[in-house]
Ligand binder design. Structure first.
Ligand code: GDP
Ligand code: IMO
Ligand code: MG
Length: 425
């Protein structure tokens, strides 16, 4: 499936996250030497199931279950260092040995501190009914410090005096701004307690990646969140705070666009969204309940129930065009078994004119008219099917119709959570 995409391949979510990126990253990581995270932080929750055993990756790349894989956490990420060490420990507890020896963190990655989480929660509280519904992991405030050029980077761990000064200054500044009691001494102590474990993992990841590419090594770029949550291209302000779509690879790793040989988009066979914000095809009825129950649609990071809706060909096509997606992995087709009929959004109309983005203002969203196409459902269990031809006729019709509507080939289809529950075409 991937051999014709080239050496270095990106995996990008095309909807609002949780499409099943982690599963595909794990499934194909064996064919790559290096797997990189380039944006976001522990707001991500990427689930992998191997022989019934579940792993959830938040910050570590989802390829780390493969013993030869090197994992890179790029400069574009915001890193909760104690949280990342905890993730490493879970892997060693599961018998994977010292996974840290295979992980490289950029000197330039920003450190996410506890005060970022406190500010995140405070901002949400103050926004009231305009809240974003963030993961509460401090992501927005950490990127705000970065953009304001007061962020603390991993390289600052090497100069304790400077580290202390920066923490004190930031805590004083934010305590005043947000009327919060922040604790610089505790923040410093926490970082000093993990410093020796983190130091050997730090490196110039940009140089490392370029050296490895010269040697012919192959790279998988693991997207977190998704195109519709991208800071610029998503449903602003109901987005995350970093460039999580294709552009994030270049800025978040220092890899130029010419080195991205192929892009795989991940799209669920229906839609979900967790948190607030516009969701054109949302179902607040028994169909939505069916999808949530059948698809176990509860957040991998926060446990929140995910909002569910019909497949949205307009939003997905927008993501495919903007991110330059070559092929699609349609996931969770198995979840639709048992639905009498299925709908797909094919057109958005606002004030009598066709539009091609999700409207982001409340006023426009209320006025949005959506055209749907209806398809007959199927009842068969798909979880043991491994070839396209064996799918029920109505499932095949649905997949082929989606392919036509989004104008992108669907080359892989997910039919279960397990690593190998995939149909390749
Ligand atoms: P990610 O954030 O994009 O990696 O996705 P999540 O891990 O947050 O959510 C996807 C959920 O669906 C996880 O629980 C996966 O184990 C599960 N999953 C992935 N692909 C499939 C599939 O094809 N069928 C079913 N039934 N579950 C899947
Ligand atoms: P993965 O990688 C789904 C959503 C949050 C919220 C908005 C902003 O698992 O697909 P943030 O904490 O980033 O400031 O929250 O973005 N969000 C996600 N939704 N999957 C994710 O990651 C998400 N990461 C952030 O729910 O609406
Ligand atoms: Mg997720």
């Amino acid at each position: 499936m991937l051999s014709d995409l080239g050496h270095n391949v990106a995996i990008i979510g095309t909807q609002w996250g949780d499409e099943g990126k982690g599963k595909l990253v794990d499934s194909v990581s064996g064919s790559f030497d290096i797997v990189c995270r380039f944006s976001g932080g522990a707001n991500a929750g990427h689930t992998i199931v191997v022989d019934g055993k579940k792993f959830v990756f938040h910050l570590l790349p989802s390829g780390m279950l493969h013993e030869e894989t090197v994992g890179v956490i790029g400069n574009g990420t915001v890193v909760d260092l104690p949280g990342m060490l905890e993730e490493l420990k879970q892997l060693s507890d599961a018998g994977l040995g010292n996974v840290g020896e295979r992980v490289k963190i950029s000197f330039r990655a920003h450190i996410l501190l506890d005060y970022h989480k406190k500010i995140d929660q405070e901002l949400e509280k103050r926004k009231g009914d305009r809240k974003i519904g963030t993961t509460g992991r401090g992501i927005g405030p950490a990127y705000a410090d970065k953009t304001a050029r007061i962020g603390i980077r991993c390289e600052d761990l090497l100069d304790i005096e400077l580290l202390e000064e920066k923490i004190k200054q930031n805590c004083a500044f934010h305590s005043k701004n947000y009327d919060l009691e922040l604790q610089p001494a505790e923040e410093l102590e926490k970082l000093l307690s993990v410093r020796e474990q983190i130091k050997p993992l730090l490196c110039d990841t940009r140089k490392f990646l370029h050296d490895e590419m010269k040697k012919g090594k192959t790279i998988l770029f693991e997207g977190a969140q998704a195109h519709q949550l991208d800071l610029d291209h998503g449903t602003y302000p109901f987005v995350t705070s970093s460039p999580v779509s294709i552009g994030g690879i270049c800025t978040g790793l220092g890899v130029p666009p010419q080195k991205i040989d192929g892009v795989i988009g991940i799209a669920k066979a229906y839609c979900t969204r967790v948190g607030e914000g516009p969701f054109p095809t949302e179902l607040e009825d028994e169909n939505g309940e069916f999808l949530r129950k059948n698809g176990f649609e509860f957040g991998a990071t926060t446990g929140r129930p995910r909002r569910c809706g019909w497949f949205d060909a307009v939003a997905t096509k927008n993501s495919i065009e903007t991110a330059g997606i070559d092929i699609i992995n349609l996931t969770k087709l198995d979840v639709l078994s048992g639905m009498k009929e299925l709908k797909v959004a094919t057109k958005y109309i606002l004030d009598g004119k066709e539009i091609f983005n999700v409207p982001t203002t409340k006023k426009n969203f209320k006025k949005l008219e959506i055209e749907y196409k209806t398809f007959p459902g199927w009842t068969e269990d798909l979880s043991n099917i491994r070839s396209f031809d064996e799918l029920p006729e109505n499932a095949k019709t649905y997949v082929l119709a989606l392919e036509e509507m989004i104008e992108c080939p669907i080359r892989a289809i997910g039919v279960g959570a397990d690593r190998d529950a995939l149909i390749f075409r």
